[in-house]
Design a protein around this ligand. Structure first.
Ligand SMILES: [Mn+2]
Length: 278
């Protein structure tokens, strides 16, 4: 049995297509998606249509990520032109009622054979399973299954501890630590004897950055989209790091900072300090 495991597409259709074509060529018979379908790239509805079409052809399992929780709890304060909430505003405009209905049906955690599927950790969609961390080992020890499939960190990893495994396929659409290549995992075998093969695939990232430009994303979410382009080109600074820096600057200047109210000048300073070009 061959199973493709994909996570964190974040709206990147070209990267998804590269992974799906590769997995099909490997003979994948089943697809497991670990959440965060939309996010940083334009036209997330095209990614959703791609997934609905795949679901009609192959057995698929879909998990709800923390991004899906954003869309299901939309805030009218999100707005275009704001680096913190611009992409949230954009995705809310693009996603259709059927996409939100689909997200609403998805579980945060699922299990199939001897595999546990989740976005962050089996207990929290925005938590992280990280190599070398005691909390991660404890989660692995108390899970009913010997293999946990998890995403969210955007770092491909096999964490092996106490005869158990936590496998992170990396991110399809906004990958970190791999030169911007689209990542996924192929499992082959059967319960108790899975062989894992991690893949990192080159795809047309510049085409996606051009699509971001055409969709106006550099105006809709200025700093956020520059970080996206930086990551797609293989840069090492993540959205989470840049957001943390912008919030520190905001805190220093104003005495307090409450997400998502982060002034654009704090974002500009953070971007300059992190060396991400305008
Ligand atoms: Mn996530």
């Amino acid at each position: 049995m061959k199973i493709a495991v994909l996570s964190d597409i974040h709206g990147n259709e070209a990267a998804l297509d590269a992974c799906l074509a590769h997995a099909a060529a490997q003979g994948a018979e089943r697809y497991l998606f670990l959440g965060d379908y939309a996010g940083e790239l334009p036209w997330p509805e095209r990614v959703m249509d791609r997934l609905y079409a795949l679901r009609a052809q192959f057995p698929c399992v879909f998990i709800r990520g923390n991004k899906e929780d954003y869309w299901l709890n939309a805030d009218p304060a999100w707005r275009a032109g704001d680096s913190t909430t611009g992409m949230l505003w954009y995705n809310m405009r693009q996603l259709r009622p059927e996409d939100l209905d689909f997200y609403r049906t998805l579980p945060m955690r699922d299990a199939w054979l001897d595999l546990t599927l989740c976005h962050g950790t089996p207990e929290r969609s925005n938590g992280k399973m990280l190599p070398g961390e005691e909390d991660t080992f404890a989660l692995m020890a108390r899970d009913p299954n010997p293999v946990i499939l998890c995403g969210h960190s955007h770092h491909q990893a096999a964490i092996l501890h106490g005869g158990r495994q936590a496998l992170n396929p990396g991110s399809v659409g906004v990958p970190l630590g791999c030169g911007g290549k689209a990542q996924y995992l192929l499992l082959e075998g059967a319960p108790g004897s899975w062989q894992r093969r991690f893949f990192s695939l080159a795809y047309d990232a510049e085409g996606e950055i051009e699509a971001m430009r055409a969709a106006g994303l550099f105006h809709i979410a200025p700093a956020w989209s520059r970080i996206t382009a930086h990551v797609l080109r293989g840069g090492a600074v993540s959205h989470a790091q840049a957001l943390a820096r912008a919030m520190e600057i905001c805190q220093r200047q104003n005495g307090s900072c409450v997400w998502p109210r982060i002034p654009e000048d704090c974002w500009r300073q953070a971007m300059a300090e992190l060396g991400i070009a305008n």
